[in-house]
Design a protein around this ligand. Structure first.
Ligand SMILES: Nc1nc(=O)c2c([nH]1)NC[C@@H]1CN(c3ccc(C(=O)N[C@@H](CCC(=O)O)C(=O)O)cc3)C=[N+]21
Ligand SMILES: [Mg+2]
Length: 300
């Protein structure tokens, strides 16, 4: 039986609708508009496209969107000043500094200068520690989106074998924490893992987040397993015409879809859920800042 395709694009639309509903409530009952600030340093074209689509979706759900575009040579002190102003701005509930930053900036220092309660990426060391100890935190958007899709598909994740391929602070490690929180048996695999194929073959849930195009073949997948593909890799696609490109994930879609029970496509899987969860985190942060009840089902 071919895999069920988990439609992240459609799922993200339902998450945004829930966010929009909560935003309306905050405005009508309390006169509060959640605000999200995105800080982009440098002119990377891919980042600019991505930041624009975040800004557009932020406005569509009724929130305030602020963009700070700083040039590539911005000093660390100037960037920290922008962040400090946003930390102290009562109309801003969420702050995202687009990564990666230009080399001369200390990424850890910059991220840890964001007020933890406004850190809608969930990358601040306080949020990492809170998540790791099962306390209320801001949860990184990509793993949160993956968790929502997994819970929706499986109901309970309790007791399932999960293998996360990739150990980044942005996806792999927080994903493992969330799966552990839902009582999975979790393995984090990476480029040095011995017998990766055999490790992956045990998994009921495979989350691929390595950034290597199509590296997971179908014969690594246990029949019926759920495959969550976090990779977004742009490759040349001469077969589509001169200079054309295509997006592929970290799993080889055709062969994995033939054995998996369910799979997320690229594009239209994890990517749209990441942005939807950014909006969800911003509403959550706004509610916490104002001592109001949080939206249900939009946090871990
Ligand atoms: N502080 C920070 N937080 C981030 O969350 C963050 C970041 N920096 N830097 C860059 C990456 C990248 N990222 C994406 C999110 C959604 C799509 C997305 O929606 N992709 C569409 C396809 C878009 C296309 O066609 O290119 C999809 O998968 O269907 C892509 C990429 C968030 N990032
Ligand atoms: Mg890494």
């Amino acid at each position: 039986m071919p895999a069920k395709i988990i439609d992240g694009k459609a799922f993200a639309a339902t998450v945004r609708a829930q966010v929009a509903e909560h935003v309306t409530k905050l405005k009508d009952a309390h006169g509060i508009t959640p605000g999200l600030a995105v800080v982009l340093v440098g002119e990377d074209p891919a980042s600019q496209v991505y930041v624009r689509s975040k800004g557009k979706q932020t406005v569509e759900v009724g929130m305030k969107s602020v963009e700070h575009k700083l040039d590539a040579e911005t000093s660390e002190a100037d960037l920290l000043k922008v962040i400090d102003d946003l930390n102290n701005d009562p109309e801003i509930h969420g702050i995202l500094v687009q990564l990666p930053l230009p080399k001369h900036l200390d990424e850890d220092l910059v991220i840890n200068s964001i007020a933890p309660e406004k850190d809608v990426d969930g990358f601040h060391i306080s949020n990492v520690g809170l998540l790791g100890t099962g306390q209320k935190s801001m949860v990184p958007c990509t793993p949160l989106g993956c968790l929502m899709m997994l819970r929706d598909h499986h109901g309970s994740l309790s007791g399932l074998d999960a293998v996360v391929i990739g150990r980044s602070n942005i996806v792999g490690k927080p994903m493992a924490q969330l799966l552990l929180g839902d009582s999975c048996t979790v393995t984090i695999a990476h480029s040095r893992t011995k017998d990766l194929a055999d490790v992956v073959r045990r998994a009921d849930i495979v989350v691929a987040a390595v950034g290597r195009p199509e590296m997971v073949p179908g014969d690594w997948i246990k029949p019926g397993a759920t495959v969550i593909d976090v990779g977004i890799n742009r490759l040349d696609a001469p077969e589509k015409g001169d200079g054309k490109t295509k997006l592929v994930g970290d799993v080889h879609y055709e062969s994995c879809a033939a054995v998996a029970g369910a799979i997320t496509p690229v594009p239209g899987g994890v990517g749209p859920m990441t942005i939807a969860c950014l909006l969800a985190n911003t509403v959550t942060a706004c509610c916490r800042a104002n001592g109001l009840p949080e939206p249900e089902g939009l946090t871990a």
